[in-house]
Design a protein around this ligand. Structure first.
Ligand code: GUN
Length: 292
């Protein structure tokens, strides 16, 4: 079977093209969509993610500020800082990069963000709206997965979607989205996690398999059925001899499922490029609301 590559780049370019019109029209009204990213500590992967978000905003004629805060910042100071961003009318979107250092209570910190500026779709109000079927800001990686399914016309309605991984950022919102009676949705969703006894028994039944575990090459040919559509959300750094010292691989053993799957997102170059594009999309939406 020929396996179709679900590349993120054309999907992302398409969305950026339509966002350009909105960004230009907002700029004509003196509104420049602006993101404030908060990075606490020195986690190398988080630094790379935040920098690439920053670059994307600048390259798309928007504004972005990265606030690098000390890894030992007391929780109340971080929350006060978030309040100051909430009150800054020039800031349309706030993103607190995760994971946070251990001494900080993630729930308290995320709740401090004004839900109207929660372009990361991570605030409990936005998560609750999603669960009730009236989504507002949707978490960026799940939103990007839906855009990929839409762009490549992968059928979703009434199919069996198996999600491996129950993270707040990916697995749980995808479960909520794909089970809703939406155009890209209305599927039967099974969610597997560390408490699942026989994961293979479920992945073998998947019409669409979404791997979001953070475990390199976890899914292989023995765990999937012929014709499955696969979204690989994993971004795992593996040390190698390259100049960078590492390479990025997914949660799916790409070579082994190639020829068995109907389609698959490559890593890198699949879901990854979509996450930042959806962040841009959410920020432009938030900026647009300030004038309407
Ligand atoms: N860390 C890894 N992915 C994400 C994301 O989408 N949002 C935030 N805030 N932190 C992350």
């Amino acid at each position: 079977m020929d396996t179709l590559l679900l590349k993120g780049l054309p999907v992302s370019q398409n969305i950026k093209l339509s966002l350009k019109k909105e960004i230009d029209s907002l700029r004509n009204k003196n509104v420049i969509p602006t993101l404030s990213a908060v990075l606490v500590g020195n986690d190398p992967a988080s630094q790379i993610y935040v920098n690439s978000k920053h670059k994307t905003f600048i390259n798309n004629n928007c504004k972005s500020t990265v606030h690098k805060l000390d890894e030992h910042i007391p929780e109340n100071e971080l929350i006060d800082f978030i309040y100051s961003l909430n009150n800054d009318s020039d800031v349309h979107g706030i993103l607190v990069q995760l994971p946070l250092p251990k001494h900080l209570n993630e729930e308290k910190v995320l709740e401090a963000i004004d839900a109207r500026k929660d372009v990361d779709g991570i605030h409990p109000l936005n998560v609750g709206k999603l669960l009730r079927g009236i989504p507002d800001f949707i978490s960026c990686t799940p939103a990007g997965c839906l855009e990929i399914l839409k762009y490549y016309n992968i059928p979703v309605q009434s199919r069996h979607v198996v999600i491996v991984g129950r993270s707040n950022i990916v697995g749980k919102p995808l479960m909520a989205l794909l089970s809703q009676k939406f155009k890209i949705g209305n599927s039967t969703v099974t969610i597997c996690h560390t408490g699942t006894k026989d994961i293979k028994a479920y992945t073998m039944q998947a019409d669409i398999l979404i791997a979001a575990i953070g475990n390199p090459n976890y899914i292989d040919a023995n765990m999937v059925k012929q014709g499955v559509d696969i979204l690989d959300v994993g971004i795992n750094r593996i040390k190698d001899d390259s100049e960078k010292g590492y390479k990025i691989i997914g949660d799916v053993d790409y070579d082994s499922v190639f020829g068995i799957a109907n389609s698959i997102t490559p890593v890198p170059g699949g879901v990854g490029p979509m996450t930042i594009t959806m962040l841009l999309n959410n920020t432009v939406k938030a900026a647009g609301r300030t004038i309407s």
